[in-house]
Design a protein around this ligand. Structure first.
Ligand SMILES: C[S@@+](CC[C@H](N)C(=O)[O-])C[C@H]1O[C@@H](n2cnc3c(N)ncnc32)[C@H](O)[C@@H]1O
Length: 281
């Protein structure tokens, strides 16, 4: 049977939207082709791509399909002004109540973001000299990145400047030098004190409901993921996330994201930093 590249790409887009809500723009042809190659490699499927896509529609190779089409770019302390706000305003305020501090990272990718949240909390703990009861739940739709995050081993380059000057990586990571064909590489492994604050679980932001209780979280990070959704779907996701945020809690969005319909229910306190003022719906 004859089909064009457009036919394949359109089918991919339709399946991806149905499974994840991710909307791929029309100028993403090269990316889609590369991701199809990844899907073929990861699924080890040797037959025709249209047959493979048919199998995905029928419920096979769904994980491989989703994992191939997510974009997982992230790094420690990305958009570091959010972590400064956590350190200087949000966490110290929450610490005063003595209650458990519940943090949620809703698209955690390979873990750098939720580990950065947890490191920030531990820094405040040291600064105020008071033990804080806190946890970070980290979710993502991609099972490969969650596995990577739970493993907690990262490549470290001194020149990458990923860590702000107020974080000493040796406090939170064990260092290991690994020799490989490319020479020597420094690997850092998350220490147990940090790791035990986090729980990683698979979750699709496109699901109708989320496995959390109403007003469960004091802090919600939803950064650099809404950009993959249509405006209508961004609104749906934000409303669901918002229902799990406490009044007075803080929502952090990525640099090109905004609170959409929630704008009248939040107070902006910094660059893409919003405090929930009242229930929205
Ligand atoms: C570009 S990364 C952003 C990571 C991190 N939040 C940051 O800002 O550095 C986007 C992440 O969103 C995840 N993602 C995409 N669609 C999702 C969905 N429907 N549900 C949950 N996670 C999703 C991807 O797997 C990916 O790891």
């Amino acid at each position: 049977m004859k089909y064009t590249t457009d036919d394949v790409h359109n089918r991919v887009k339709k399946i991806l939207y149905g499974l994840t809500g991710i909307t791929l723009a029309d100028n993403k042809d090269i990316m889609i082709s590369n991701r199809i190659d990844k899907l073929k490699r990861d699924s080890k499927y040797k037959g025709d791509i249209m047959d493979l896509l048919h199998l995905v529609e029928e419920g096979s190779y769904v994980t491989e399909f989703i994992n191939s089409f997510t974009t997982n770019k992230t790094h420690f302390f990305r958009e570091d002004f959010h972590f400064l706000d956590l350190k200087n305003r949000a966490i110290p305020q929450l610490a005063k109540s003595g209650n458990k501090i519940n943090m949620y990272c809703s698209a955690s990718s390979t873990g750098e973001e939720p580990y950065s949240m947890a490191m920030t909390l531990l820094e405040v703990q040291d600064e105020i000299g008071k033990k804080l009861n806190a946890s970070v739940i980290a979710t993502d739709i991609d099972t490969n990145v969650l596995q990577y995050a739970a493993n907690g081993v990262y490549r470290y380059s001194k020149s990458s400047k990923e860590f702000p000057e107020w974080i000493k990586p040796s406090k939170y990571f064990k260092r290991r030098i690994e020799k490989n064909l490319a020479g020597e590489e420094i690997l850092i492994k998350v220490k147990d004190e940090l790791k035990k604050m986090l729980t990683f679980q698979v979750m699709n932001l496109n699901d109708n409901t989320y496995p959390f209780s109403k007003n469960q979280f004091d802090i919600v990070f939803c950064r650099n993921v809404l950009i993959y959704f249509s405006a209508e779907d961004q609104n749906k996701i934000l409303k669901k996330l918002f229902s799990h945020l406490k009044i007075g809690g803080t929502l952090y969005l990525g640099h090109s994201e905004n609170p959409q319909d929630l704008v009248n229910y939040v107070k902006r306190v910094g660059q893409n930093i919003f405090i929930k003022e009242k229930e929205a719906f």
